[in-house]
Ligand binder design. Sequence first.
Ligand code: C2E
Ligand code: CA
Ligand code: CA
Length: 371
Amino acid sequence: MLFRSEAAAAQVGNQACFYHEQDRTPWRERARENLKLAEDLESALASDQFFLQYQPQVHLDTQQVYGCEALMRWTHPTLGSIPPDRFIPIAEERDLIHRVGQKALALACAQAVAWQQAGLPEILMCVNVSHTEIQHPDFENSVRSALEASGLSPRLLELEVTESVFATDLGQSEANLEKIQRLGVRLAIDDFGTGYSSLAQLSQLSFNRLKIDKSFVHDLASGGDQSVILGILLIAEALGKTVVAEGVETDVEAQILRAMGCNVVQGYLYARPESPDNFQAFVETINRVSSSERRRSRVRVTVGTHAFDQAGTVSHAVSAYQAAHSDVGVVHQVHRNLKCRSLFKAGDLDLAVISSVPGIDEDLVPVRAWE
Ligand code: C2E
Ligand code: CA
Ligand code: CA
């Protein structure tokens, strides 16, 4: 899409000046740069201009690092840092995406093993693969060689594919994905909820995790609609898959997700994508802090809310309480209304925040006000 600057257009008189929507670089300059990137891509692949940064995925129950996403970076010698959203489409156009993918897989697998050798616990390594890459006849070989060259156990590698995989010839992609799953490698559907995959397609493809897109997470804390995330969680549960939410930026978002049953999260709240050394330091710190916090939190209070109306308010209150009382562990869960009631009655919840219906819920005593 084009962005037209009124002021710039005025300066050049009748000549319209078009700007790129994202960074407002003049369109012609952007096109020239893209051509240069396309020309330089092949030689850059042979040098060390491409590298990976790693962003942690944190397990909310243990507060330990569960996995990481490897994100490709390109530092161009004259144009500087080029974001992947820009060079991945060029690599796809120029038929070089398979080589970018091979590089990502080789670097990521080698890094996972290097961290293990440095004493870190096992961490799931998640690597993005584009749908054109999956269709390449050599796709399975790239995955296999990255595993063999590094010695990484296949169960510690997860490939992230977007729903666009369903938009193309699923036959070829499916065959290749089946081959890599036979190696023991895991598969996740990235940006889930933003594409057009049907439930029939989802059940046709064998995969392990659904990755909830950040656009749905951003709506959470602002009191936005939680129903999409609840829907995704229900689909995942029905299909027997696990979930991870990306783009988690605030404590309240993490609390709400956890309360809804999504236990693994990734986002700026924990860390931005980092160099291998910074990532290692992050894991060492967070694992040390969380184990000492677990020792301190002897008292545990379990709070239940029923979906939709109160989850956000209660999560805010839980965060504030936790900040002031680090010696008490508060677990907040969101259940559908009836389940919340039965858990409270069975004594599994210490506190339930439920809108009760007079005459029907009279057995739900004691009724306490949330302070
Ligand atoms: P993605 O797979 O959806 O990756 C997540 C993006 O969200 C990353 O952007 C990450 O830096 C960003 N992010 C993480 N946490 C937060 C947060 O809390 N808030 C916000 N606003 N953003 C957050 P990045 O690194 O610019 O990557 C963009 C896209 O480029 C990726 O989106 C992925 O589709 C693609 N990509 C990156 N590396 C590779 C690769 O090695 N191969 C392929 N095929 N695609 C890649
Ligand atoms: Ca991804
Ligand atoms: Ca994503």
